[in-house]
Design a protein around this ligand. Structure first.
Ligand SMILES: *[C@@H]1O[C@H](CO)[C@@H](O)[C@H](O)[C@H]1NC(C)=O
Ligand SMILES: *[C@@H]1O[C@H](CO)[C@@H](O)[C@H](O)[C@H]1NC(C)=O
Length: 380
């Protein structure tokens, strides 16, 4: 009874307030409408996601269940001190595969993990602080002992030295053995992602590569042709194209060219369908070919779009074909990153399709997943 009376009192009060009450009721209605709209949008997106998931799901169950397994590093009975010599010879029986180890420095054993699986490309994100190049995804992940030199340059030099100990003087000026014993001519791509000011970083990267350069381990351009060597350095992120391109008679740092800008039909420009590629020092008419670039890469999600129904649309397929063809016409290696990661069935299907279409490098975090894909005859 009391409650009802209170309610009635409140009601009278409201009536007295008149116009103001109308306004507050309006705002309540507006809020409710917004809520209904947002909930509907979320429901529709959720439904689409579930449908997409179901369509991509089927091969999930056929997948190799161990695809995220990692390598066992210390063999039984092996002393810890052996680890270095053991690691240096890690590629002895490995078949190189054109996959690119994304965020390689996050791995338990950076560089070696990728090489053990046979990946011929590794990526290092570098930051310049206090005249030193640190490796890490973000600034708070940087530590003193994780530098470009200690994590990549020095180990690679040591491995290559080991594989070239018996090279005679006569052949020392020509091509040397690469990292992979089974295919000594296979180059290892060291993708260096310039994280802070690219113009400041460039001379440091160049200087740090001297240990590789002086032993003729670096792929270089001599003003006429590009000579493939054991290691090919590719610069991306904030790497300045104009600085890479500046010297017309000698280059040993190559650009990661924008794949989205090179469909064979020339119908799309960098601006029209940018793919998150670094464009420092590039112009709309910059020409990318094997004299100044190595990879031609793009963010798959941004350049090609979302993969509905577990397969590419004919339009998406045409885009992929045009880009790969355009890259090959320029003598570049096509690479996509940010391809769908999950479900695994969908991820593998997109990888498979890209390989069939002639993509040169798969980019990914799951090394075992990438290397267990059937690469076929053109795998090398
Ligand atoms: C170099 O040659 C020596 C002597 O022939 C041989 O024992 C050694 O295994 C060779 N090293 C390599 C890395 O091939
Ligand atoms: C290009 O690089 C070579 C080798 O480092 C050097 O000798 C030459 O002076 C450079 N040329 C220019 C124009 O910087």
């Amino acid at each position: 009874m009391r409650e009802r009376a209170t309610a009635r009192n409140a009601g009278f009060k409201c009536m007295k307030l008149g116009g103001e009450e109308e306004k507050s009721r309006n705002s309540i209605w507006r809020r409710r409408t917004y809520l209904v709209i947002s909930v509907s949008v979320v429901c529709i997106l959720g439904l689409l996601y579930i449908i997409n998931f179901i369509f991509g799901l089927v091969p999930l169950f056929w997948d190799d269940p161990g695809s995220t397994a990692s390598l066992e590093w210390t063999l039984p009975g092996q002393a810890k001190t052996d680890i270095t010599s053991h690691l240096l010879d890690i590629t002895r029986d490995v078949t190189p595969i054109p996959c690119h180890s994304h965020n390689d420095y996050w791995r338990r054993v950076p560089l070696y993990d990728a090489l053990r699986w046979g990946c011929t490309g590794v990526e290092a994100d570098v930051w310049l602080f206090d005249k030193e190049l640190f490796v890490g995804h973000s600034t708070n992940a940087l530590t003193k002992d994780r530098t470009f030199r200690t994590m990549y340059v020095d180990p690679i030099v040591r491995m290559l030295d080991l594989k070239n100990t018996n090279t005679s003087i006569a052949t020392s000026t020509s091509s040397k053995n690469g990292i992979f014993d089974t295919v000594p001519s296979q180059t290892l791509v060291l993708l260096v992602d310039f994280k802070n000011d690219g113009r400041d970083i460039f001379p440091y990267v160049s200087q740090h590569l001297e240990a590789l350069r002086e032993k003729n381990y670096l792929t270089y351009f001599d003003g006429k042709t590009t000579h493939g060597r054991a290691v090919t350095v590719v610069a991306t992120g904030n790497a300045p194209f104009d600085m890479i391109n500046a010297n017309s008679t000698y280059r040993d740092i190559f650009f990661d060219a924008p794949l989205a800008s090179m469909p064979d039909s020339d119908s799309t420009s960098i601006q029209a369908r940018g793919g998150g590629q670094g464009t420092v020092g590039t112009l709309p008419n910059s020409h990318f070919d094997s004299t100044n670039s190595y990879y031609a890469s793009v963010d798959f999600r941004r350049a090609i779009g979302f993969v509905w129904w577990g397969t590419l649309s004919s339009k998406q397929l045409a885009l992929v074909r045009g880009q790969i063809k355009g890259a090959h016409q320029r003598g570049l290696k096509a690479r996509y990153w940010s391809t769908p990661k999950w479900p695994i069935g969908l991820r593998n299907r997109v990888w498979r399709l890209l390989v069939d279409e002639g993509v040169d490098y798969l980019n990914g975090d799951d090394l075992r997943g990438m290397t267990s894909l059937e690469w076929g005859e053109r795998g090398l």
